[in-house]
Design a protein around this ligand. Structure first.
Ligand code: XIL
Length: 314
């Protein structure tokens, strides 16, 4: 039987999953990960706290382990993520920085990491979660110290370190047309007009049954395509209030079908990545108490209705 990756490839797309280092000792898990997908994203291994635990001291071991696994399985890798307000090392958050100091710290981090993974990742989430829900800039240490220009700087520095890698801005709750995705649309248009190297917008696509399906997803993907940008669904899961039941799992399957169709409908939507593929390793129960069952495979690695719905859509 064909895999999700093979089905996606017929449309010129990839179908991927996030994975995380501690899970790689689970043989049944890694076997399915290696077979079903042609793209993986490290769930944590390339984040700042992992890669620069002491200022100027770099540790690539977690990210390298994912890259090596991908190579063994002929999968491509999305780099995630260079600049984010969350999961920063203590040395960075534990003190104040002048703008000049922080600019130097940021440039060094970005360029060291992009250089290290040059030729090994095809895309980077350069800045993650830069906006609030109302479309204003999120007041992170980077924004507060450097102003909004940190985004263009980060893109330019990354491009300098690897002129071939695709550079993305990535966020959640930007699947539908609305204030937050409008902010990305305006910023992307602006950056492109200024010649800043930006190649794509990553829509995390952490959906929740209780909030409704983002019915304007396809239109939203299209407007970014019209700016000359790629898009990708980068961290897909569809959570529900537990316990799961047949009705919720059927609705979930329908949403997975729809998001797959929405991506396939827009040529510039280059691929879909699940935020891990099995409920066994989903981040949802740990972050949204009472919610879960968000992925297409259950905790026993058995395919759920969502898996069959994705297959039908591909
Ligand atoms: C999550 C990881 O899956 C967890 O293991 C970690 O504890 C917290 O971060 N948006 C992102 C991802 O961009 O990096 C987050 O990943 C999930 C939300």
């Amino acid at each position: 039987d064909s895999t999700l990756a093979e089905l996606a490839q017929r449309h010129g797309r990839y179908f991927g999953s996030a994975t995380d280092n501690p899970e790689l000792t689970d043989g049944a898990y890694t076997a399915l990960l290696g077979r079903e997908f042609d793209q993986i994203t490290p769930g944590n291994g390339m984040k700042w706290y992992a890669t620069e635990p002491q200022q100027g001291v770099f540790d690539w071991s977690a990210g390298d382990e994912i890259v090596d696994l991908a190579r063994a399985n002929h999968q491509k890798v999305r780099g995630h993520t260079l600049v984010w307000h969350s999961q920063l090392p203590d040395w960075l958050t534990g003190r104040d920085w002048t703008a000049d100091e922080l600019r130097a710290v940021l440039k060094k981090h970005i360029q060291a990491e992009v250089r290290h993974y040059r030729g090994k990742v095809f895309a980077w989430d350069v800045v993650n979660e830069a906006f609030n829900e109302d479309g204003t800039y999120r007041e992170t240490v980077f924004y507060n110290t450097l102003g909004p220009g940190y985004i263009a700087d980060a893109l330019r520095w990354a491009h300098e370190a690897d002129p071939r890698v695709k550079l993305y801005l990535n966020d959640y709750n930007i699947e539908a047309v609305g204030p937050k995705s409008d902010a990305y649309y305006r910023l992307a248009k602006d950056l492109r007009a200024q010649g800043v190297p930006l190649h794509g917008i990553g829509l995390q696509t952490h959906l929740a049954l209780q909030y409704g399906y983002p019915t304007t997803l396809e239109d939203n993907l299209r407007r970014f395509a019209r700016l000359g940008l790629d898009t990708a669904l980068t961290e897909v899961d569809v959570r529900m209030e537990l316990p799961a039941d047949e009705t919720k799992l059927a609705t979930q399957a329908d949403w997975y079908r729809q998001l797959t169709e929405d991506c396939l409908a827009v040529r510039r939507c280059v691929g879909i990545t699940l935020w891990d593929y099995t409920d066994k390793y989903s981040w949802i129960p740990g972050f949204f108490p009472g919610e879960g069952a968000a992925l297409p495979w259950d905790e026993q690695l058995r395919p759920k209705p969502a898996y069959f719905a994705i297959r039908e859509a591909l």
